[in-house]
Design a protein around this ligand. Structure first.
Ligand code: MN3
Length: 299
């Protein structure tokens, strides 16, 4: 079971200006092959599908995958709110449909943002392809699943770095910086899991790609606070054996890995203003002429 809070894990600043094409790019980090929907769904299915967790030596790995799965929900929120903030105010606000208020859609890369949604995120990648369950790997073999997850997190890290490099927008950079740090935790966690399970030292491969998080100011600020070495248990009485995997030294800077029984810092969810030209949300702001017409018909 999941407990939900009306909070986000990243303090997202307002974009410097609406940026529909930036929003299209960021979609890759949500619904792309290596996006947050993929990490969320991979670990969610792998944890629910986990066989033999009653075996003492298996339980810490179950606890790890389940704990990371829960965190990934906050990552789809971070990316989705970033997209939504970039799309807010991208078209002309008003209630007159004859002024071509959605004209910008013609020159924007993703028309679905304007036609299929209320200028908001969709479960698609940066090219508009829908996210698919084909992105989920859940083989039932722990070693294989952990190897896959290590690869998935490294691929996700590469995508985050490249999206960061496309823009200087502060919202995108805050989101990408945060996810580089937390995704980095998950890279190390799956490397450490394989190490505990097999003795292989995957830490020697890191970082993949070969660039430190500390090169990204938004990520460095969070790593200076130690966010790269903490796994959160979110006050749950369960999954307590995660510390049997998440332990030892961080392979990149040698700091101690720690399990925090509480929750990460969180921030209010950004408010998305109404976009009346899209009739979103479609309550209030009643059209006077239409109201009179209805009143006449009702007699
Ligand atoms: Mn993630």
């Amino acid at each position: 079971m999941i407990t939900r809070y009306d909070r986000v894990a990243v303090d997202l600043p307002k974009p410097t200006s609406p940026n529909p094409n930036g929003a299209s790019l960021v979609q890759e980090l949500l619904g792309g092959k290596f996006g947050e929907m993929s990490t969320l769904m991979n670990y969610t299915f792998q944890s629910m599908n986990f066989r033999g967790r009653d075996q003492a030596q298996a339980k810490p790995f179950y606890d790890l995958i389940a704990t990371i799965a829960a965190e990934e929900h906050s990552h789809i929120e971070a990316v989705t709110f970033t997209i939504n903030l970039l799309l807010s105010g991208a078209t002309e606000r008003g209630t007159d449909p004859t002024t071509v208020p959605l004209g910008i859609a013609e020159e924007s890369r993703n028309s679905l943002h304007f036609i299929a949604s209320g200028q908001t995120a969709l479960p698609i990648d940066s090219m508009g392809r829908p996210w698919t369950g084909d992105n989920v790997f859940s083989s039932g073999n722990l070693k294989l699943d952990l190897l896959h997850n290590f690869f998935l997190e490294c691929g996700a890290r590469a995508n985050k770095i490249r999206v960061y490099e496309t823009t200087d927008d502060p919202t995108v950079r805050a989101m990408a910086g945060y996810l580089l740090v937390r995704g980095g935790v998950h890279v190390v966690a799956y490397a450490r899991a394989l190490e505990v399970l097999t003795g292989a030292d995957l830490g020697k491969l890191l970082p993949i790609p070969d660039i430190s998080n500390k090169k990204f100011p938004e990520a460095k600020a969070l790593e200076d606070k130690g966010l790269h070495r903490v796994l959160f248990r979110n006050n749950s009485p369960d999954f307590a054996r995660v510390g049997e995997v998440w332990k030892g030294k961080h392979p990149e800077d040698g700091s101690d890995l720690v399990v925090d029984d509480g929750m990460p810092e969180s921030f209010p969810t950004p408010l998305l203003p109404a976009e009346p030209q899209l009739t979103a949300p479609g309550i209030g702001a009643i059209d006077e002429a239409m109201l009179q017409e209805i009143a006449k018909r009702l007699g």
